[in-house]
Design a protein around this ligand. Structure first.
Ligand code: HPA
Length: 278
């Protein structure tokens, strides 16, 4: 399989988008990325088609436990959506063009709204395990940038405005819903690191000092690419562990998946509300 690069990216994404449009009933209104332990969100979708990543032309294949790796086309709250059950992480060895390929495909299909979800480690001292955090902004600390290299103007401009990476409008809709229903939530800054190691105590402290409320190994490259193409983005994170002295010893993948599962009903409800109202 030839690796994706800035030269072949547009044609490959076009080919994949056309293939998926052949299968799809219509142009989906939303693209949704289901993060670690948040895959059952797909149970809310009335599924028309489910396609394993291995059967989608040009798609990388997800390998991490807890990431199933299939694309879902179907109906959520009366809207036709495309959901990715499993994402591609930089730490798995994919390059940044591969990590963000699904967003390229979504946009070429005609999708303009993206919802991303993930599990993250809380560094804000007010946060507790199981909290749900609406992502209001991010800090990119990945060692590679998904827009590095020759810019393809068909996707978007060379220099991308990042003043509103996460849609204020979408945030407001979800906040209003949560308040109406008395659902507790946090709002904060997600800082993206490459992993796959969880952070040392000193690194969690660094994340806090740099302005992060939570830290994780995904999402940021996807959102950058979505903004490159002018998509509107909503991001939501489950705090699955805390980067402080008392909790750091327990951080492991199993724990992360378990805690994400527990908070999943809340994430599902908020995502459904957003799709229904906007
Ligand atoms: N650090 C990085 N990524 C994560 C964490 C964490 O503590 N928890 C879940 N994903």
């Amino acid at each position: 399989m030839s690796r994706l690069n800035p030269q072949n990216l547009y044609d490959k994404a076009r080919e994949t988008a056309d293939r998926l449009l052949d299968i799809a009933d219509q142009i989906p209104e939303y693209g949704i990325v289901l993060g670690s332990g948040l895959g059952t969100l797909s149970e809310d979708i009335q599924i028309d088609d489910e396609i394993p990543y291995g059967e989608i032309p040009n798609f990388p294949v997800s390998t991490v436990k807890g990431h199933k790796g299939s694309l879902i086309l179907g109906w959520l709250e009366g809207k036709y959506v495309m959901a990715m059950n499993g994402r591609f992480h930089f730490y798995e060895g994919y390059n940044m063009y591969e990590v963000t390929f699904p967003e390229r495909v979504m946009k070429l299909m005609g999708i303009n709204k993206l919802i991303v979800s993930n599990a993250s480690g809380g560094v804000n001292t007010n946060f507790r395990i199981g909290d749900v955090m609406i992502i209001k902004d991010h800090i990119n600390f990945f060692p590679e940038h998904p827009l590095r290299g020759p810019n393809d103007e068909r996707f978007g401009p060379r220099f991308v405005n990042m003043s509103e990476p996460y849609s204020q409008k979408m945030i407001e809709i979800v906040e209003n819903y949560a308040r109406e229903r008395g659902i507790q939530f946090r709002k904060g800054v997600y800082l993206g690191l490459q992993g796959p190691t969880f952070e040392t105590l000193a690194e969690y402290q660094m994340v806090r000092a740099m302005g992060g409320d939570a830290v994780g190994m995904s999402t940021v490259p996807e959102v950058i690419v979505a903004k490159h193409m002018g998509m509107e983005v909503f991001g939501i994170s489950v705090i699955t562990d805390l980067g402080d002295e008392d909790f750091i010893k327990n951080v492991n993948h199993q724990e992360v998946l378990q805690e994400a599962k527990k908070a999943e009903p809340v994430v599902r409800e908020l995502v459904r509300a957003l799709v229904k109202r906007y």
